[in-house]
Design a protein around this ligand. Structure first.
Ligand SMILES: [Cu+2]
Length: 163
């Protein structure tokens, strides 16, 4: 009887461990934004094994979406300026994002202080050798609110690729 109890306890421990591992899913990325017009990271790395990536943007500030709203948009480096301009033209009613723009790989809606938003995208949309940038389309934000999205590369490997 004693052995059975012990096994049950071990089983419960393994379940706890498994849920802890699920929470740390490497294909789920998170970053924060704030009232100082900043993202919390300059770089996001997607592990090679991820078929789908989930990105959660949290606004840890207090200001409203109208005053200091942020979104998280992913595109090729070469498409960023065009998307930012198209977003400005789309205006606040469309969350500063052009509708059905094929250059946008992924985008969250705009969030204000205390809010968060999540978006998923398939890594099959990312091409090897292309540079990907994430940025915010709120007016004037993209100049500072931007970073790089790297797929399965380390800094060493990337340096070796730049020719
Ligand atoms: Cu922003």
């Amino acid at each position: 009887m004693k052995n059975t109890t012990l096994l049950r306890l071990t089983g419960a421990g393994l379940l706890l461990l498994a849920s802890g591992l699920a929470y740390a899913d490497p294909c789920k990325l998170a970053l924060e934004s704030n009232d100082q017009m900043q993202f919390s990271v300059r770089e996001l790395v997607v592990p090679n094994e991820c078929g789908e990536v989930e990105v959660t943007l949290k606004h840890s500030g207090k200001m409203s979406a109208r005053a200091m709203g942020h979104d998280w948009v992913l595109a090729k480096d070469s498409d960023v300026s065009a998307i930012v301009n198209a977003g400005l033209a789309a205006g606040p009613a469309h969350g500063y994002l052009p509708e059905r723009d094929k250059r946008i790989i992924a985008a969250t809606p705009i969030v204000g202080g205390g809010e968060s938003a999540t978006v998923k995208f398939a890594t099959s949309q990312l091409q090897a050798g292309s540079r990907y940038v994430f940025f915010c389309t709120s007016p004037g934000h993209a100049t500072v609110m931007r970073g790089r999205l790297l797929v399965g590369v380390t800094h060493v490997a990337q340096a070796g690729n730049s020719n």
